[in-house]
Write a protein that binds this ligand. Structure first.
Ligand SMILES: Cc1cc2nc3c(=O)[nH]c(=O)nc-3n(C[C@H](O)[C@H](O)[C@H](O)COP(=O)(O)OP(=O)(O)OC[C@H]3O[C@@H](n4cnc5c(N)ncnc54)[C@H](O)[C@@H]3O)c2cc1C
Length: 495
């Protein structure tokens, strides 16, 4: 059992997006007489490469009482309505499919019948792109301005949920400003040692200047430095490297290639990985994420230049990572969040979205337990967090189930095993329509799941993974009096 009743000092070690967001959430959770302190080192710095949020981003801002319009103004965020995957099938520049953030209450998602979505099944059966029904999709394709996008959102003229593209440096700076105004203490020091008691609970941080910062509860938000998890508190590392080959990222900035910031993140397949392009207000945050087994850092830089046709300057050193996560992120009196808890290539931009889920679930457990948390509740919390990582791994693995074979990297991708869950999902969608049931196992102990089956369908259909005939039996089973609705829907589509 862990009792947080009567605790006085909570320390968040790390002042990146994860650290400041967690501090703001904990400020709301704990009473005013509990000190919340963020300890970070500006000398070490934070990660900021041009990031994109997921569907839970706006709700996360709301949960810490941040005004949406102020956030956009202060962080120069741009609207994000999903992803565009380029070159993942043929390798050609005009080879594109989209994974938009389709609203789960949009017209095609509203009608669920015997577990599947007849209107999606009808589009699949007729080989019609799923984007055809989406109100507002033309704004993406036509590179609409931010103003046009804002008006469409305000007028509810889109079937798309909005998230944001942003610069993590600006977000961390903005969250820090809000945190300082809400009685959160900030300390800029390098932590050298971490002290524990005989139960293994962390009791203090020791700085470079030998100052002792005593604490009752610690949040490890130290990014890829992972100062506490796996070193001071035990946790098992679960590597994804057998399924996902990418382990290097080379970030840089580039000018906007289009007139307006694109409303979607671009993921452009390259010879040994892919390039992200995240449109910010005044520039694009970009980078090549690749497999070090297939290309050297120098050749990766050259490939970027060849692709873009102009020189670029890397924004920072190459980032090295092993894809994977820690299985236990709440151990004793330490909660680990953000990059410290795990990281995979930014395909589908899951990192901040996943961190938000961890913090939401932690808050839920503390409120529901009134601060007296059983070992069981902590075990379930960790299990649900691990399941969320499995959801990310399975979903990302599906993206690589693509037909490209033109380089050694893409040939090796084809030889890489499927994850067990994705294999099971794929087997079913050869003979029937995808349904919510297929992703329900990702919901565990208060977790919402990051991706709806509609998200899975957009990628699966984009990659041609569902044969049109697979859904025939689902469509035939629809009651005769409802079949006209399917016909009317197909006739209404903009194709
Ligand atoms: C290539 C790449 C692309 C990404 N793209 C996306 C994306 O599209 N979408 C998305 O959601 N996420 C993305 N991410 C992840 C995203 O950048 C992070 O999740 C987010 O910035 C939060 O990082 P963090 O706060 O966990 O860590 P960081 O920003 O690294 O912060 C770590 C903090 O710990 C402090 N620290 C570390 N060690 C010590 C010490 N000894 N003493 C004191 N302080 C210390 C540092 O000073 C810093 O303040 C991407 C990441 C990478 C690498």
């Amino acid at each position: 059992m862990l009792s947080l009743k009567g605790i006085k000092r909570v320390v968040v070690l790390g002042g990146g997006t994860a650290g400041w967001y967690t501090a703001l959430s904990l400020r709301k959770l704990f009473s005013a007489n509990v000190e919340i302190r963020v300890v970070e080192s500006t000398e070490i710095g934070i990660v900021g490469v041009g990031e994109g949020g997921l569907l839970n981003f706006q709700a996360a801002l709301h949960s810490v009482d941040i005004d949406f319009n102020e956030f956009v103004r202060e962080t120069n965020a741009t609207f994000k309505w999903g992803f565009c995957y380029e070159g993942w099938r043929t390798g050609e520049r005009d080879d594109k499919y989209y994974h938009p953030f389709a609203s789960a209450t949009g017209s095609a998602s509203k009608w669920e019948e015997m577990g599947h979505y007849p209107l999606f099944s009808a589009m699949i059966n007729n080989s019609i792109p799923l984007t055809s029904y989406l109100k507002g999709f033309d704004l993406i394709v036509n590179n609409a301005s931010q103003e046009e996008a804002r008006n469409a959102l305000n007028n509810q003229a889109v079937d798309i949920i909005n998230s944001f593209h942003f610069d993590s440096y600006k977000i961390a700076k903005y969250l820090k400003k809000i945190a300082l105004s809400r009685n959160i203490i900030h300390q800029d020091v390098i932590v050298e040692h971490v002290e524990t008691d005989d139960k293994g609970h962390v009791t203090a941080l020791i700085t470079e200047e030998k100052e002792k910062i005593e604490l009752d509860f610690l949040v490890d938000a130290t990014g890829l430095a992972r100062k506490v998890i796996g070193k001071v508190v035990p946790s098992e590392w679960y590597s994804f490297k057998d399924y996902l080959l990418l382990d290097r990222a080379l970030p840089f900035y580039m000018p906007h290639p289009l007139k307006n910031p694109y409303l979607v993140s671009r993921a452009i397949a390259m010879k040994s990985g892919w390039m992200w392009q995240i449109p910010l207000v005044d520039r694009v945050g970009a980078g090549y994420v690749y497999s070090s087994k297939h290309i050297s850092d120098d050749d990766a830089l050259q490939e970027i230049k060849d692709y873009l046709g102009y020189e670029i300057t890397p924004q920072q050193n190459v980032i090295k990572f092993e894809p994977g996560c820690y299985r236990q992120v709440w151990v004793g009196n330490v909660l680990t969040v953000g990059l410290a808890s795990g990281f995979v290539e930014p395909l589908e931009a899951t990192s901040i979205g996943q961190m938000i889920e961890v913090v939401r679930n932690f808050t839920r457990v503390l409120v529901a337990s009134q601060g007296v948390v059983s070992d069981n509740a902590i075990r379930e919390f960790n299990e649900s967090n691990f399941v969320s990582w499995m959801e990310i791994l399975d979903f990302l693995r599906m993206h690589y189930d693509c037909p490209r074979r033109d380089t050694e990297f893409w040939q090796d991708v084809a030889k890489t095993p499927l994850t067990e869950n994705y294999r099971a999902f794929k087997e079913c969608i050869q003979v029937r329509a995808p349904r919510l049931l297929d992703v329900e196992s990702y919901l565990l102990y208060g977790r919402r799941g990051m991706f709806h089956v509609v998200n899975w369908m957009f990628v699966a259909v984009g990659l041609g993974l569902i044969p049109p005939n697979a859904v025939v039996n689902d469509l035939l089973a629809i009651a005769p009096e409802k079949k006209q609705a399917v016909v009317d829907f197909l006739n209404s589509l903009n194709r």
